[in-house]
Design a protein around this ligand. Structure first.
Ligand SMILES: Cc1cc2nc3c(=O)[nH]c(=O)nc-3n(C[C@H](O)[C@H](O)[C@H](O)COP(=O)(O)OP(=O)(O)OC[C@H]3O[C@@H](n4cnc5c(N)ncnc54)[C@H](O)[C@@H]3O)c2cc1C
Length: 417
């Protein structure tokens, strides 16, 4: 049996941030990672010579985002081009006059949600739609991209807690590449899922297919879906944590990358809406970074359906051809698609709080007995669903470990005197 100071379970943005912090303080750290790669939901796949972010892509709240500074330290280029959603969309199927009308509906909804955040009882965001408004399906589709769920499952309180500076940048080599590069030098046991964390004894004990490991403390940095489904069991059971994890499911957002022939026919960094009259639609980012690509985005129940049917590429090509012409069919070539719900180590894309349960984030994040600590985007009160939120919770958990272990050392010294 191997013994270390701290076990970190999960090598996503949160686990890596935690492990680096602890290692910098000369603690021995074992990072256990279920997949054969680090990064978790930060994942840059390299296909046809192109770095494709199948998970996070945008440095949200970029000017405040720690990953921006880390990218600079690592010599990775950050591109400050504003995102396509901050500019007008392609007019195919969505004339400019309609775009303004839609933007006004969006602004009205946002204003009402902000006002409702102070109400005593939480409510689903769908309560604040204009009844019968022509833009409701599209507002729902947008919510499914942003939150992973449609407005009927979106908690107004949780949504209002989210902080967004409105500045969004990207890493040219990929957000996943950035997170992976930041992990270099750490000892990470890959392909090593922890199935049990036992905290009944003097030391905490993690069980993996490769053996057991004991430590003075553990940081659990897996998605709440893994805790809720007990793919990682914690013994003795922590009912508050299980309830909190169940109250914070992962919504679904999936990406598809298509290579496009003769890309110069299309404006770079532009958005194309697949349809404006239904929830079941994709949104398409034309030529990100000027590359010969279309990046499709799908969310919520519709993404689930497309995952189930393995139909991202066929659906997207049909939709794009219906807007830009039938000859598009032979110009588009599928490169890669995500399927985050199917992924056994994520089971979704990013957390949302069930209506009435925004406080579950603080419950999930709270330490237990000063030796079990929790990290991951779902533990963030204001930056959930992001890679920088995950990073911050990892650093916070590591600081809590450092304080706890220092406290215990002082305690022991005081006891011996
Ligand atoms: C399609 C998509 C688009 C996104 N876009 C953005 C964006 O533009 N900007 C942004 O900031 N965020 C975005 N996000 C969200 C962002 O990727 C996540 O919030 C962040 O990466 C989560 O980091 P984490 O460390 O909390 O969790 P994860 O990255 O999920 O890390 C948890 C780790 O735990 C591992 N694990 C699971 N079970 C076990 C086990 N039993 N034992 C050991 N290891 C285990 C997993 O394999 C994983 O590596 C996006 C996500 C998706 C899916």
């Amino acid at each position: 049996m191997h013994e270390v100071d701290v076990i970190v379970i999960g090598a996503g943005a949160a686990g890596i941030a935690a492990a680096r912090r602890l290692a910098a303080h000369r603690l021995s750290v074992a990072v256990l990672e279920a997949r054969r790669r680090v990064g978790g939901r930060a994942w840059t796949a390299h296909v046809a010579g192109l770095p494709l972010d199948l998970g996070c892509g945008w440095l949200h709240s970029a000017e405040e985002n720690e990953w921006g500074a880390i990218a600079q330290e690592l010599g990775l280029t950050v591109d400050p081009t504003p995102p396509p959603w901050s500019r007008r969309a392609l007019e195919a199927g969505f004339p400019l006059a309609e775009q303004s009308d839609y933007a006004a509906a969006w602004a009205r909804l946002y204003r009402r949600l902000a006002e409702a955040a102070d109400e005593k009882d939480d409510r689903p965001a769908s309560d604040f739609l204009d009844e019968g408004c022509r833009w409701n399906p599209m507002l729902n589709a947008l919510s499914s991209y942003i939150n992973g769920v449609e407005l009927d499952r979106l908690s107004v309180v949780d949504f209002s807690n989210y902080h967004d500076s409105g500045v969004n940048w990207r890493v040219v080599a990929g957000y996943g590449t950035l997170v992976e590069t930041h992990a270099r030098g750490l000892e990470v046991a890959l392909d090593c899922p922890a199935s049990l964390l036992d905290h009944s004894g003097r030391r905490v004990r993690a069980v993996t297919p490769r053996g057991e490991i004991v430590a003075r403390a553990a940081i659990i940095a897996v998605p709440p879906s893994i805790i809720a489904g007990e793919a990682l069991r914690i013994e003795p059971t922590l009912p508050d944590k299980l309830d909190a994890a169940h109250a914070l499911p992962l919504g679904l957002a999936d990406k598809l990358f298509l290579r496009i022939d003769e890309p110069d026919d299309f404006p770079a960094e532009t958005r194309l809406f697949g349809a404006t009259d239904r929830v079941a639609t994709g949104s398409y980012h034309l030529r990100p970074f000027g590359r010969p690509l279309i990046e499709g985005y799908f969310g919520g129940r519709f993404a689930q359906k497309l995952e189930d049917e393995d139909a991202f590429a066929s659906f997207a090509i049909d939709q794009i051809a219906s807007l830009l012409g039938e000859n598009m069919r032979k110009r588009l070539h599928p490169l890669a698609a995500s399927a985050w719900r199917r992924d056994p180590f994520a089971r979704g894309s990013y957390s949302y709080a069930k209506v009435g349960h925004a406080d579950a984030r603080a419950v999930l994040a709270a330490p237990v007995d000063n030796r079990l600590f929790f990290a991951g985007e779902a533990c963030s009160l204001n930056d959930f669903s992001t890679a920088h939120g995950a990073y911050r919770t990892g650093v916070k958990a590591a600081d809590e470990v450092l304080a706890a272990l220092a406290g215990r050392a002082v305690h022991r010294r005081a006891g011996t005197r």
